[in-house]
Design a protein around this ligand. Structure first.
Ligand SMILES: [Zn+2]
Length: 340
């Protein structure tokens, strides 16, 4: 799922997004609640109509943003209180409130409000957050007022395998539409993410979607898919595009580099995207250096297409029983931290 934080995948129109092969888009409850507010979105006919995307959509619960972005916050059993970064007003987000907001936004999949502990965190802190996440989930289920929206629960438990497994078992007993693994990609080493995913996914039902939140590099996705994950969201393709970086065959290319200045070949000969079919590396280099807005659109189109094609290739390899062999490079541990 490409990330459309504020009901837009930055610099890309829904028509362009459709052409990348993307099927589902994620939007952020926290950000949309603050701006423009869920009532505006609901008055505009719901999130799909408001942003002009007629494919499936998922909204996160706002939990992750409350815990990662808000500087002034107070967490109690009731919920989380924080200050709006836009105008400083005090906002309280509870499980009930998060679900009401998501019911109003109207995405196809909505997420339970959870407490995402930081990394590192003590076992006691993580235990407390995991327990609270479960109690908040029970309140989310009660508050959920639109049966046509699928509610996913979120497994927390930090880097502690037994806490993860315990949390996953408790969630499965609630028979939800889908299950997410949250609280990863919060600064822990990549090897720990893989370990957490490996111990958690076997507990989550095979026939229901398993969603690894906030993950989307080539290596992280490949390893998580090997462990049984189905769904990802990540800002990397569009964020890197806005930094003038192209994702090509598992590499990161900085288009500002002099080597591209007179290179009139496409980014990737084999890529069917609009950018690769119509423009050269030299042109993209020129746009990026000139900070032309079109640079970000063209690179976003390519980067999203690249990651979608990567997952399509994995899907085909799994079907043909050549996944482990063909993706051995990505299934191996990361050689260094700058790895895409
Ligand atoms: Zn391309």
């Amino acid at each position: 799922m490409p990330v459309g934080t504020l009901a837009t995948v930055k610099t890309v129109t829904p028509a362009q997004l459709r052409d990348t092969g993307a099927q589902m888009v994620l939007a952020n409850t926290y950000h949309l609640h603050l701006r423009p507010g869920e009532n505006i979105v609901a008055s505009g006919g719901g999130i799909h109509k408001f942003m002009g995307w007629n494919g499936p959509m998922l909204t996160d619960s706002g939990g992750f943003q409350v815990f990662s972005l808000s500087e002034i916050r107070k967490i109690t059993e009731e919920g989380a209180t924080f200050r709006s970064p836009y105008d400083g007003r005090v906002i309280e987000l509870t499980p009930e409130r998060s679900i009401q907001i998501q019911n109003a936004l109207g995405a196809d999949v909505i997420m339970a409000f959870d407490e995402c502990p930081p990394y590192p965190a003590s076992r006691e802190e993580v235990e407390a957050a995991t327990g609270r996440t479960y109690r908040w989930l029970e309140r989310c289920i009660k508050a959920h007022g639109r049966a046509e929206q699928a509610l996913f629960g979120i497994v927390q438990g930090g880097v502690y395998p037994d806490l993860r497994q315990e949390a996953a078992k408790a969630l499965v007993d609630l028979d939800l539409s889908g299950y997410a693994i949250g609280g990863v990609s919060v600064g822990e080493p990549a090897a720990l993410i893989e370990k957490i995913v490996k111990v958690t996914t076997p507990i989550l039902p095979f026939e229901k979607p398993r969603y690894l939140m906030g993950v989307g590099t080539y290596r992280e996705m490949t390893q998580a898919i090997a462990a049984g994950v189905d769904l990802f969201d990540c800002v990397i393709p569009t964020r890197w595009a806005r930094h003038g970086t192209a994702m090509v065959n598992g590499e990161r290319w900085n288009l500002k580099n002099a080597q591209f200045k007179e290179d009139f070949t496409p980014l990737d000969e084999s890529c069917p995207c609009y950018t690769c079919q119509n423009f050269s590396r030299a042109y993209l280099c020129h746009l990026v250096k000139s900070r032309e807005i079109l640079a970000y659109t063209l690179l976003s189109i390519h980067n999203i297409t690249e990651l979608i094609r990567f997952t399509q290739r994995i899907r085909e390899a799994i079907v043909d029983d050549r996944f482990a062999e063909e993706f051995a490079k990505w299934l191996a541990p990361a050689p260094d931290s700058s790895d895409p």
